[in-house]
Design a protein around this ligand. Structure first.
Ligand SMILES: [Cu+2]
Length: 541
C-alpha cells in the first residue's frame, strides 16, 4: 500500500489491463462496536481492536470484486469505472486513458458498489501523476529526491491479548458514528514515518486517501507553527494561477482532495526536525482550530487521539532554495458572467436520514422547481431576503431523485456550462466529487437550515433554507485562496450552499457524482449523471 505510482505524459494515452488477481476474502475485520465509548469513557474509535464488536460475517466472506476508477481522469465513460461494472477474481478490465488533460496528481482506487469503504481501506488505491511540458518549463521538481508524493490515510488495527497491535486491519464504527475514523495516520502505507530531507525546497504532492477523515495540516518545529515554509502551487486539477499561502489555520484536505506544495527546508541545520500534525476533529464540520495550538490538538471526543502525521528530519546536503514561480498557469480562468447566465442551473440537497436500528442513510437529493405545488407536498423552501428592503423571494423545490438507483434526472449537454448548487442540510462537511471534468468553485453562501421532525423521508424532503447566516453559525463560509483553482472534489460545510461551475467536455456517457466520504458513498450518497451530445438531445424523450 499504495499500489504502484503511474506517471503519464499529457497527450500520450495510457492503456492499463487491470487484472483482478485477488485471492481469498476481504482482509479487514469489519465491526460495529456495541457502544460509543469503553468502560472509562474513551470513544472506541480512538482505540485499536474490535472493542467488543463481532467481526461482520458478510464482509469476512466478501470475495475480491473490483472496478477501478481513475479519480481526476478525463476518461471515456466505458473506462471510468462505473460502480456496477465489476470484475470478479480471475477477470480483467482494459482501460484506455487518453491523458488529454492538465498535469495533476490523480489517484486510482476501487469503486465497487456498496463496499468501496472496505476495498479502498484494504489497500486498493494508488497514485497517478500526469506530467506536461508547462510544468517542466517552470522548473518544478520532478521525481525523487525533491518531489515526494504523500498519501495520507487513517487506519486501525487488531489488538492481541497482550495489548500489542496485530497488524490486522480493522474497520470499526459505533452506534453513534457511521464513519470509521481510525486512530493511526499512515503516509504511503506506514504509520507516522520519518522522511530524511536535505536543506532544500521540496515539492510535496499531498493527497488525503482516507475513508472519512479530513486533515487540517500544520507543520511544527518544537511547537511554533511553520506555515510560512509552505507555498501551495496546485490543487486537485493541477497548477493554480499563482502560488498562494496555505490558510492561516493550516491546509485542509478532505477525502480525495490534493495539494501540490513547495516546502522550504533550506535554512535548517542537519539534525533539525519538523513534525506534520493534523488538527481537524472528526467528524469534520468546518470548525476552526488555531495553528498556534496545534501541538495540543489531541482530542479524544474529536476522534483525534494522535495528531501525528509524519516527521521531516534534516540531513546533510547542499542548501538549495527554489522559489515558486510568480505565475504558474493561465489556462484556468473562471467562467464569465455571460457564460454563467447562459448556464444550466441545477440544485442538489445533501440529506441525512436518521434511522434507529441501522446506520443512517445519506443521499444527494436532486431537486426541481415546483411552481405547481399543492399545499401538502413535501418541499424544500428557499427564502432570499433583500438586505435593503427586506423583501423576500420564495422558491420551492420538490425532490425528484434521491437514491443511486432512482431514475436519472441530470442530463448535461456535452460542452455546455452547468452551475450546480450543493445545499447542505446535514451537520457535517461533505467532500463532493464529480467525475469526468474538473470544476470551479464559484461561491460559498451561508444559510440557515430548518428541518422539521421527520423532514428527511426516504425520498421526500421538507426543509426551509434561508439564504442568510444562522446567528449561531461561526463559520466564515469563504472560498480559500487555494480553492480558486480547478477541483474535482469540494468541501460543502454545514449551513452552507456551495456553487460550482462545470463543463462536461469531450466524452459523453454515464458518469457519477458522490460524496467522497466512503461510508457515505456506500450508504447511498452517490448519483448517476448522463452526459449527452447536443445533436442527440432532440431524440431524448
Ligand atoms: Cu458525505
Amino acid at each position: 500500500m499504495p499500489g504502484p505510482t503511474i506517471e503519464a505524459e499529457r497527450g500520450r494515452a495510457v492503456r492499463v489491463e487491470w487484472l483482478n488477481e485477488l485471492e481469498g476474502t476481504l482482509p479487514v475485520a469489519v465491526t460495529i462496536a456495541p457502544a460509543e465509548t469503553d468502560g472509562s469513557g474513551v470513544p472506541v474509535q480512538c482505540l485499536p481492536g474490535l472493542s467488543g464488536g463481532v467481526a461482520d460475517p458478510d464482509t469476512a466472506a466478501l470475495p475480491g470484486y473490483t472496478v477501478t476508477h481513475l479519480h481526476g481522469g478525463v476518461t471515456p465513460a466505458a473506462y471510468d469505472g462505473w460502480t456496477e461494472n465489476i470484475s470478479a477474481p480471475g477477470q480483467q478490465a482494459v482501460s484506455d486513458y487518453p491523458m488529454d488533460q492538465r498535469a495533476a496528481l490523480l489517484w486510482y482506487h476501487d469503486h465497487v458498489m456498496g463496499v468501496t469503504r472496505f476495498t479502498v481501506y484494504a489497500g486498493l488505491a494508488g497514485l497517478w501523476i500526469v506530467r506536461d511540458q508547462r510544468e517542466r518549463d517552470l522548473d518544478l521538481a520532478e521525481g525523487p529526491p525533491f518531489e515526494v508524493p504523500l498519501l495520507l490515510q487513517d487506519r486501525n488495527f487488531g489488538q492481541g491479548p497482550d495489548g500489542r497491535l496485530t497488524g490486522e486491519l480493522v474497520h470499526k464504527t459505533d452506534p453513534g458514528t457511521m464513519e470509521a475514523f481510525a486512530p493511526f495516520t499512515t503516509v504511503n502505507g506506514k504509520v507516522w514515518p520519518v522522511l530524511d530531507v536535505q536543506p532544500a525546497t521540496y515539492r510535496l504532492r499531498v493527497i488525503n486517501g482516507s475513508n472519512a477523515r479530513t486533515f487540517r495540516l500544520v507543520l511544527l518545529r518544537d511547537s511554533p507553527p511553520q506555515l510560512d515554509r509552505i507555498t501551495q502551487i496546485g490543487t486537485d486539477g493541477g497548477l493554480l494561477r499563482t502560488p498562494v499561502a496555505i490558510p492561516p489555520q493550516g491546509l485542509v484536505l478532505a477525502s480525495a482532495q490534493r495539494a501540490d506544495l513547495l516546502v522550504d527546508f533550506s535554512d535548517l541545520e542537519p539534525g533539525s526536525e519538523l513534525t506534520l500534525v493534523n488538527t481537524a476533529r472528526a467528524p469534520f464540520d468546518g470548525s476552526s482550530f488555531p495553528a498556534e495550538s496545534a501541538s495540543e490538538a489531541a482530542d479524544l471526543d474529536g476522534l483525534l487521539p494522535y495528531p501525528e502525521v509524519m516527521r521531516f528530519r534534516i540531513v546533510r546536503g547542499r542548501s538549495v532554495r527554489r522559489r515558486a514561480p510568480e505565475w504558474l498557469a493561465s489556462d484556468l480562468g473562471p467562467p464569465s458572467a455571460h457564460e454563467l447566465t447562459a448556464a444550466v442551473h441545477r440544485a442538489v440537497a445533501l440529506a441525512e436520514q436518521e434511522l434507529d436500528d441501522r446506520p443512517n442513510v445519506l443521499t444527494m437529493r436532486e431537486l426541481a422547481a415546483a411552481p405547481d405545488r399543492d399545499a401538502s407536498e413535501p418541499l424544500i423552501t428557499v427564502i432570499d431576503r433583500e438586505a435593503r428592503t427586506g423583501a423576500e423571494t420564495v422558491t420551492r423545490f420538490r425532490t425528484v431523485a434521491a437514491h443511486f438507483e432512482d431514475t436519472v434526472t441530470f442530463f448535461p449537454t456535452l460542452g455546455q456550462l452547468e452551475v450546480w448548487q450543493l445545499i447542505n442540510l446535514t451537520g457535517d462537511t461533505h467532500p463532493i466529487h464529480v467525475h469526468l471534468n474538473p470544476f470551479h468553485v464559484l461561491a460559498r453562501r451561508p444559510i440557515t437550515v430548518t428541518v422539521p421532525e421527520g423532514g428527511i423521508g426516504d425520498r421526500e424532503t421538507t426543509a426551509t433554507v434561508r439564504l442568510w447566516q444562522d446567528p449561531d453559525d461561526e463559520l466564515d463560509h469563504t472560498i480559500d485562496a487555494n480553492e480558486r483553482g480547478l477541483h474535482d472534489t469540494v468541501r460543502v460545510n454545514p449551513k452552507e450552499i456551495v456553487e460550482i461551475a462545470v463543463r462536461f467536455e469531450t466524452f459523453s456517457g454515464r458518469y457519477m457524482y458522490h460524496c467522497h466520504i466512503l461510508e457515505h458513498e456506500d450508504r447511498d450518497m452517490m448519483r448517476p449523471i448522463v452526459v449527452m451530445p447536443p445533436a442527440l438531445m432532440p431524440f431524448m424523450s
